[in-house]
Design a protein around this ligand. Structure first.
Ligand code: EPU
Length: 430
């Protein structure tokens, strides 16, 4: 298992480039199920979750072609012959977003068998709203041996009201409804940029979707979709992670190839904390002059402060003067990083959905463990300002969603290196 060794103290200076959004790329890849023709996706990040989704699509019979050289962020998917409409537990347990194939499989093949994901490190994360929505479109659903089976001759347009805002739920049902007979109206939808990006791709494929990016989405079903070429939006969470890292290290960092309009709530909050930020076109320049002021923050659905930036914000709060109350409203168990930050010297008390952070306390390098993707990012940020060396274990979590983060950070001055297993197991024969 790889580890990161990070020595803190260097300001991040220079330009760092943001990759394509993992959470937009995953549904876009699932959308390829909806057509027999090739779907060409540009700006696909080179991260583990994308690799998992490729494996999932290949297991169903998809042909996948990866670009190389300058085109190595291009993936071409062709689902001409789908033979196996199933997402097995082995894949779903490593990546919950595998459930995104449920809607497109029922829409295209009339049936799907998808493993129920179960809980994960950040909360229970049920998929009941995906299931309820499919039923509203006329699918028959059964549950057996830990799998959901859905079937329908052809889905029929219907009304869907989401009791709770769900990002992949909105995406899954949007993909189901595009091939349904008649009109579907979905209300209380997620407004995240990743939902709008998926709708843009689907419309290029011939779908008729209106209102994506607002709470009400209207979809006129069509008989068939065709191939398309689409560029995935930049990763707003990767961009935000770099902005916080630049600020906290006292650097002067240009976060390039991002979409500042997707970062509104985060940048506003950081400005309240006293971070010097300038946006220009597709880049954000952050100058970490400090001192930073404590500011309360509560996560919300887009356009609110993203839950995927909560952990990284907590790292910043440990270095802000005063008390910051951080409230997590989306997931019930997303404070696993707090205890690891405490091990590095932070003063944090968790009370239910709130974390009370008292700053500023000096951080010192320690051996810490990643518990999930964004928690890992917060520990990397903390390590970059800690005194001495931090050894970060289980970095496979970070590899799920950040493309070669250690190389990117090193290129702007961070002291970070990856080490593999120190004592590899001997080959069985020896
Ligand atoms: N929920 C239900 N029932 C459902 C679906 C969701 O109760 O059927 C609840 C969840 O338990 C949670 C809330 O609704 O409390 C919101 O969950 P949502 O469905 O929006 O989360 P998701 O779609 O599973 C996506 C991202 C997450 C991100 C969340 C929230 C992808 C692939 N994943 O997850 O990203 O945290 O939206 O913005 O898009 C990450 O990248 O690290 C990550 C976890």
């Amino acid at each position: 298992m790889d580890k990161f060794v990070i020595r803190g103290g260097n300001p991040l200076v220079g330009t760092i480039r943001v990759s394509g959004a993992k959470n937009a790329a995953l549904p876009a890849m699932a959308a390829s199920i909806l057509t027999e023709e090739p779907v060409i996706l540009e700006n696909i990040p080179d991260v583990r979750d994308i690799e998992t989704e490729r494996r999932l699509l290949v297991s169903m019979g998809a042909e996948v072609e990866l670009g190389y050289g300058r085109a190595h962020h291009r993936t071409t998917l062709c689902c001409r012959k789908l033979v196996n409409p199933e997402a097995a537990y082995e894949l779903v347990k490593t990546m919950r977003a595998s459930t995104l194939v449920l809607g497109p499989l029922v829409a295209r093949m009339g049936r799907a068998r998808v493993s129920l994901p179960g809980g994960c490190a950040i909360g229970a994360r049920p998929i009941d709203l995906h299931i309820k929505g499919l039923e509203a479109l006329g699918a028959r659903i059964t549950q057996d041996h830990g799998y959901i089976e859905a079937s329908a001759e052809r889905l029929k347009g219907g009304s869907i009201f989401f009791d709770k805002i769900t990002v992949t739920g909105t995406e899954d049902l949007m993909m189901a409804a595009v091939l349904a007979e008649g009109e579907t109206v979905m209300e209380n939808c997620a407004c995240e940029p990743e939902v709008s990006d998926l709708a843009a791709l689907l419309n290029k494929m011939g779908a008729r979707i209106q209102g994506a990016g607002t709470p009400t989405i209207r979809i006129q079903g069509v008989d068939k979709l065709h191939g398309a070429r689409h560029r995935i939006i930049p990763d707003r969470i990767e961009a935000g992670t770099f902005v916080i890292a630049g600020a906290l290290t006292g650097g002067d960092l240009m976060v390039a190839h991002c979409e500042p309009a997707h970062l509104g709530a985060l940048l506003e909050k950081l400005q309240q904390c006293g971070v010097n930020i300038r946006t220009n076109g597709d880049s954000v320049r952050v100058i970490g002059e400090g001192p930073f002021a404590a500011c309360d923050m509560a996560t919300q659905e887009f356009p609110g402060f993203p839950t995927d930036m909560q952990a990284q914000y907590m790292a910043l709060a440990t270095q802000a003067e005063g008390i910051s109350i951080i409230t997590e409203n989306i997931f019930e168990n997303r404070f696993m990083h707090a205890q690891e930050l405490v091990r590095m010297g932070a003063n944090i008390r968790v009370e239910g959905p709130r974390a009370i952070v008292r700053g500023k306390t000096p951080l010192s390098g320690a051996a810490v463990q990643c518990s999930d993707l964004r928690a890992s990012a917060s520990l990397v940020i903390a390590a970059l300002v800690a005194d001495g060396e931090t050894i970060l274990d289980r970095v496979y979590h970070i590899d799920r969603g950040y493309e070669r983060i250690e190389e990117k950070l090193r290129s702007v001055g961070a002291q970070i290196r990856r080490i593999g297993e120190m004592f590899p197991r001997r080959a069985a024969a020896s």
